[in-house]
Design a protein around this ligand. Sequence first.
Ligand SMILES: *Cc1c(COP(=O)(O)O)cnc(C)c1O
Length: 386
Amino acid sequence: MKGNPRDYGFSTRAIHAGQDPEPTTGAVAVPIFQTSTYVHDEFGQHKGFEYARGENPTRAALEENIAALEGGFGATAYASGMAAVSALVTLLRSGEHVVASRDMYGGTFRYFSKVLDRYGIDFSYVDTTDLSALEAAMTPQTKMVYVETPTNPLMEITDLAGAAEITHAHGAVLAVDNTFLSPYLQRPLEHGADVVLHSATKFLNGHSDSLGGLLVAASKEHQEWFVFVQKSAGAILGPMDCFLILRGIKTLGVRMDRHESNAKAILELLADHPKVSTILYPGLPDHPGYEVQRRQASGFGGVLTFEVGSFEAAGAVLNKVQVLSLAESLGGVESLISHPASMTHASVPKENREKIGITDGLVRISVGIEDEADLVGDLRQALDAI
Ligand SMILES: *Cc1c(COP(=O)(O)O)cnc(C)c1O
């Protein structure tokens, strides 16, 4: 395309931003620049590429692409979502304090509580759906508020504009993990967040064939720091994975629509099934976050959680499914079913889990883009077997 992709709609940006045809050959797909170094034209003169930890054209394409989709100043790509988390927290110094959503990705909780704890950074885990609880947790040392919305697996919704106001009033940075909705459905920077984080492993890649992490910074200052950290700490995303994620993002819009319409069909089955008690999905009008979600996002996503009453009942469903696959992770074209208490959230102590509602009977589904009737039929036979 000619002109600035940022002037166009979401899917046009997804397909074109950062992806001008390659100048030597005109290749439409961004090539995989599988090189560690770049030759200099002559002494003291290079093309802007010196060494691949610092610069890689495939990575630069992905970074510009996600920055355009989230509406950020710039972005940096890392070897995994957790590597992006570890780059993010370099904004902090020892003695400082972070307020984080109490229900968050288990790996992030593990990193905060078992690794960063050793470096003199303090964490408070609060129910950020309650802005007064967030306000109450802020201290003079608080330099970051870390929010996931919706949370994993309880699908709790935090009011991003409200959280940004409180965070900024205390001179702190609001970082939002936007993995669950992707920029197609929610763009936290538009609501005042300072940094957006992605596990690109999930909906952005969308095909369960690579890991990746992204940080999108609203400000030049944060972007320059992340570029410096990326090069200095070195947890960069390799060119092959950048290529796969870029390819995945091209179809993000159509995939998200299908994830969500399949999720709606599954929700209808769950609502009518006698073995299912609670359903957690922010698109249900009785969900406590429904109104906030409608205000700050343009959809509800493809992940849902429900309660079948016991560890045994959850096990029966997970063993009975045929089309859905029993696996961790989410956001791929294939539907995945999992048991948060024993899988993704096993590193959260049982008492913490139960306090916040991650019970033994909770089942999570990342709804894929298979045929709706096949998914509904499969789940029905599995639930009937309880
Ligand atoms: C998977 C995930 C992460 C971690 O990403 P990796 O790519 O697995 O390192 C962080 N946050 C959320 C919400 C996730 O689902």
